[in-house]
Design a protein. Structure first.
Lengths: 815, 199
């Protein structure tokens, strides 16, 4: 029971509700199109009886007020209520729809929420450009905003949203224009041959809602047509005022076919804030120019002009433009061009002129209404490039025009502050005849130049090809070359050194170079008269008790001896007697030698040539004329061997040698001490032999005086030296006492092809090998010590190459 | 009609004629107009970037309430005192808006220092021009009471980016127009005071 009631109750309510909601009057919409007024609309619904018996009334409250006032203006057969500006001062409104006492609907809103502009109308499009292939194009979209019947103060800027898509596509592409943007709006990359649809809606920036969408515009361009003839839209080409008092506008008709057939273009303008479009006051030139005279022209006021037509009852705006008269001033060109000659240069080649003209007659310069500035352009008649000069008054000079040439001058002007340049005035032709004087002097000048040049050329040729040397000498003196008086350069070329030397010797400052720096041969100057002098002679003499030093041819010849090997007389030692001799000599010399080490000392390790007794001389085959001292280094082996054998033979040798008399110059140097002392061969051999006979270990580093093996090319001599040194240092204390034997050359061991260890070489020595009196010096190593080659005998038959310790062999020598 | 204006207080007085004053005033006003044109063009370049904005400006300039002659005949007919007072009034009306422009540009727009510097120069020149016009007024016999009322200008509130730009655009556009007006009026006046019979 109760359930039935409940159900019936609900049903009634529902029915009444639905009946109420569907049948009752409803407010459909409140909107404001222009932010100043608004309109509310409603419909009556299905209440038939209402409209008969009761009238729908519309009430509103605004702001805080609670008074319900009735609609001020019913419109549209009382289905809308219009509120004009006077009612729209508030932001909050409530409206309701009543009939009798029944409130059918009530609504409250904020004014800004109902702002909704009207949709744009009159959409149309124009072609901007087409791609080269003809497949893509850019278009311009034009539209209009609905203008209310009561235009308010100024036009409120709106923002637009343009949507477009190919007709068959699903999604719209959307572009929003920026505020204050006005048509046309370019749209890019439309495909030709395809149909597009475009629509647009507007909104006030940041206020209210978007309007409804406009009607749809179809955009389509057949592909073939796009390539053939580009469509030109009618457009306003130019609006200008020549004197800031009147102005004219021009437009082009374009080639829209339907236009030229049916329609004519109409020109409208608005002035200032007045939104009414007025038609052109005066059409001229067959309807493509509109002229505004003084009465219609006001400066410092915005004008907007439009080009419109009516096609199919639809106003289409083809072009629109806004400007202010003071910005579109383009004067008429200046008139009455003229020029006068100012002066001509001294050479007569250049001249200055003054250009005169008048301002355009239409521009009111006099009153100061317009101020103009001018531009003078001039060029030579045959040239293509115009030079320009700016001027602020009606005359101006032009400098540095060439005489005898034709010039063209033209002028144009513009308002100083803004606007465009006028068209160019008529040309004025300038020709300044060159004064005759200038021409003549020019010719003369050129003549003189040419003649002078020719004359100079002739002279030069004459001189060059003249036979007379005197003339040549006179005009082209030779360049002095370096030369020494009295010396014939031919001499030098032929190589007669002696002569050259004799010549040179005459010069006081000249001293023959004794080649002291030559490491090959080092001489110790012998002062024959000096008993304290050089060692060589004295030692020998002391040794042998000889009084007289031997003169030697080499001595005299020494002066002019260039140190070449001319004094070198390697002797073949035939037996060991020489060695013995040397040893004996050596021993006797030892003491003196030790004293004189310092005397003899030269550069470290440098061999010192000592001329001792001329022992070798006696044994030489003596093919040599020169009996010079020689550097004689005797191998240790030989020393030892000889020493081991016998002393007396040495002595006898020595004495034998000494009996030779003039042979006493030579003494065999058996060794050189590390301090530079020279050890003569006789006397030390025994001890050396004894000491060295012992096996010793090799200590290559023992002796610091040894020349370091710093080069690959180390001779065996060096190796021997090292061995000898080491041996000496370690095992030969005795020897060391008596004899500072540090350097022993084992020339013999050099010769031995088998390069064993140091020990080996020490022992390998064959005592029976005769010690050669002469040892050829094969080379000098980096330490300026001599590297001997004992078997290199002075005989020419003998090969001279031996005793090198090749780098490969070095490894065997030095463990 | 040259009253002496003393350059130094204690020194010799040198008279500057009215025509010379007008000449100088004309030069300054020409400078101001050139600067304002440059500032407007630069603003267009930077912020408007060639959009079709100039169509939609018709927000009126705040100085439009000052009624000025709009064409040559009207201007020639206007007495010089009135013309002068109009010029002074327009000048004064632009002081506040220009300060607003300067403050806006220095605060927000970093790369428009060129516009800012031009605006600063403009303000300086306008002060000089105002001084000069005051002197001219004295010489011309203009009483300060007859000067047109300066139009007050309210600083707009709450400007967001877009409306700020449109506001600044409007100001620069209107200012350019008004400087052209001032320049033209002063040239007319100069002609009147230098070549009385011919103008």
């Amino acid at each position: 029971m109760a359930a039935i009631w409940v159900t019936w109750f609900f049903l009634t309510v529902a029915v009444s509700n639905t009946a109420y909601s569907s049948d009752g009057p409803k407010i459909t919409e409140c909107h404001s199109a222009d932010q100043e007024t608004f309109t509310c609309s409603w419909n009556v619904g299905n209440y038939q009886n209402l409209t008969e018996h009761h009238q729908l009334k519309f009430f509103y409250t605004k702001g805080e007020s609670r008074d319900w006032r009735e609609c001020p203006t019913y419109v549209n057969r009382e289905t809308s209520c219009y509120f004009n500006q006077s009612y729209t001062s508030e932001m909050e409104y409530c409206v309701h729809l009543k009939s009798d006492n029944i409130t059918h609907e009530q609504r409250c809103f904020t004014f800004n929420d109902i702002v909704k502009p009207d949709a744009p109308i009159s959409l149309n499009w124009a072609l901007l450009n087409i791609s080269q292939s003809g497949l893509f194009m850019d278009i311009q979209l034009w539209w209009e905003d609905v203008v209310n019947s009561e235009p308010s103060a100024g036009w409120t800027p709106r923002r637009y949203e343009i949507q477009y898509k190919p007709r068959d596509a699903e999604l719209w592409q959307s572009i929003e224009t920026l505020p204050h943007q006005h048509p046309p709006q370019p749209l890019y990359n439309f495909a030709t041959g395809k149909e597009y649809v475009v629509r647009i809606r507007s909104t006030y920036p940041n206020i209210g809602n978007f309007s409804e969408f406009s009607n749809i515009l179809k955009v389509f361009l057949p592909v073939s047509q796009s390539v053939e003839v580009p469509l030109e839209r009618p457009r306003i080409t130019e609006c200008r005022s020549p004197e800031q008092e009147t102005f004219t506008c021009r437009w082009s008709v374009g080639n829209y076919q339907n236009l030229t057939e049916r329609m004519r273009l109409r020109f409208f303008y608005t002035k200032g804030n007045n939104a009414d479009w007025k038609e052109c006051p005066k059409y001229m030139h067959n309807g493509s120019i509109c002229y505004f005279n003084q009465t219609y022209t006001s400066i410092w006021i915005s004008y907007c002009v439009q080009l419109k037509s009516e096609i199919q009852d639809q106003n289409i705006t083809f072009d629109k433009r806004c400007f202010s008269i003071d910005n579109i001033v383009k004067p008429d060109p200046p008139i009455a061009l003229n020029w006068t000659l100012l002066n001509i240069s001294q050479s007569g080649l250049l001249a200055d002129i003054q250009v005169l003209w008048e301002a355009p007659p239409t521009a009111d310069i006099r009153n100061g209404w317009i101020s103009l500035k001018y531009e003078i352009q001039y060029k030579a008649s045959e040239s293509n490039h115009w030079d320009s000069i700016e001027a602020f008054s009606t005359s101006h000079p032009v400098y540095a025009l060439s005489t005898g040439k034709g010039y063209e001058i033209r002028l144009r002007c513009k308002q100083i502050a803004n606007g465009d340049f006028s068209e160019f005035s008529d040309l004025v032709y300038v020709f300044i005849p060159a004064p005759r004087l200038a021409e003549e002097s020019g010719i003369l000048f050129r003549l003189i130049l040419v003649l002078g040049f020719l004359g100079t050329a002739l002279m030069i040729l004459l001189i060059l090809f003249a036979k007379s040397p005197r003339l040549k000498l006179f005009s082209l003196p030779p360049v002095p070359v370096p030369k020494i008086n009295g010396i014939d350069t031919d001499l030098l070329k032929k190589g007669k050194i002696d002569e050259v030397n004799s010549i040179f010797a005459n010069h006081l400052s000249y001293k023959p170079d004794l080649y002291i720096d030559d490491p090959w041969v080092e001489f110790i100057d012998i002062d024959l008269d000096d008993p304290d002098g050089k060692m060589e002679l004295l030692d020998t003499d002391r040794l042998l008790g000889h009084d007289h030093p031997k003169s030697d041819n080499c001595l005299s010849a020494k002066d002019d001896d260039s140190g070449r090997d001319s004094c070198y007389e390697p002797d073949v030692p035939e037996d060991g007697t020489v060695a013995k001799q040397n040893v004996s000599e050596f021993s006797s010399l030892q003491l003196e030698g030790s004293e004189r080490k310092e005397d003899i000392k030269s550069d470290t390790g440098a061999p010192v040539s000592i001329s001792g007794t001329d022992v070798k001389q006696s044994q030489q085959p003596d093919g040599e004329a020169c009996k010079c001292r020689k550097i004689q280094l005797v191998t240790t082996d030989s020393i030892f061997s000889t020493a081991a054998r016998s002393e007396p033979p040495l002595h006898s040798q020595l004495s034998n040698h000494s009996s030779f008399g003039k042979m006493d110059f030579y003494a065999q140097v058996s060794d050189i001490t590390p301090t530079g002392g020279v050890l003569l061969s006789p006397g030390q051999q025994n001890k050396l032999k004894v000491s060295l006979a012992k096996e010793t270990s090799l200590d290559p580093k023992a002796n610091q005086n040894t020349k370091p093996l710093d080069s690959a090319y180390t001779s065996e001599v060096d190796a021997k030296q090292l061995c000898a040194i080491s041996l000496n240092n370690k095992r030969l204390p005795d020897a060391a006492e008596d004899l500072k034997l540090s350097n022993y050359f084992t020339a013999e061991s050099l010769e031995s092809a088998t390069v064993g260890t140091c020990k080996q070489t020490e022992i390998v020595r064959q005592p029976t090998i005769p010690v050669p009196d002469y040892t050829s010096i094969h080379m000098v190593d980096s330490q300026q010590s001599l590297l001997l080659n004992p078997n290199v005998l002075p005989n020419k038959n003998q090969p001279t190459l031996a005793g090198y310790l090749m780098p490969e062999q070095l490894g065997n020598v030095i463990p | 009609m040259a009253t002496p204006i003393c350059a130094n207080e204690g020194g010799e007085c040198r008279t500057i004629s009215v025509s010379e004053l007008f000449h100088r005033a004309g030069e300054i006003s020409h400078q101001i107009h050139a600067l304002s044109t440059e500032a407007y063009n630069e603003f267009n370049q930077h912020f408007i970037q060639g959009q079709h904005l100039n169509f939609s400006i018709i927000n009126s300039c705040h100085t439009s309430s000052i009624v000025t002659p709009q064409n040559k005949e009207d201007a020639l007919r206007t007495p010089h005192k009135r013309l002068l007072s109009l010029v002074i009034a327009i000048l004064r009306s632009w002081q506040d808006p220009l300060q607003y422009v300067i403050s806006e540009f220095s605060a927000t727009h970093g790369n428009t220092s060129s516009i800012l510097s031009k605006s600063v120069k403009i303000v300086k020149q306008m002060k000089r021009l105002a001084k000069g016009l005051n002197k001219i007024s004295e010489q011309v016999g203009q009483h300060s009471g007859a000067i047109e009322q300066t139009v007050p200008w309210e600083q707009p509130l709450d400007e967001d980016g877009d409306s700020l730009i449109s506001q600044l655009y409007n100001l620069l556009h209107c200012f350019r127009r008004d400087t052209n007006k001032i320049d033209t009026y002063l040239k007319l006046l100069k002609c009147r005071f230098t070549q009385k019979l011919k103008c």
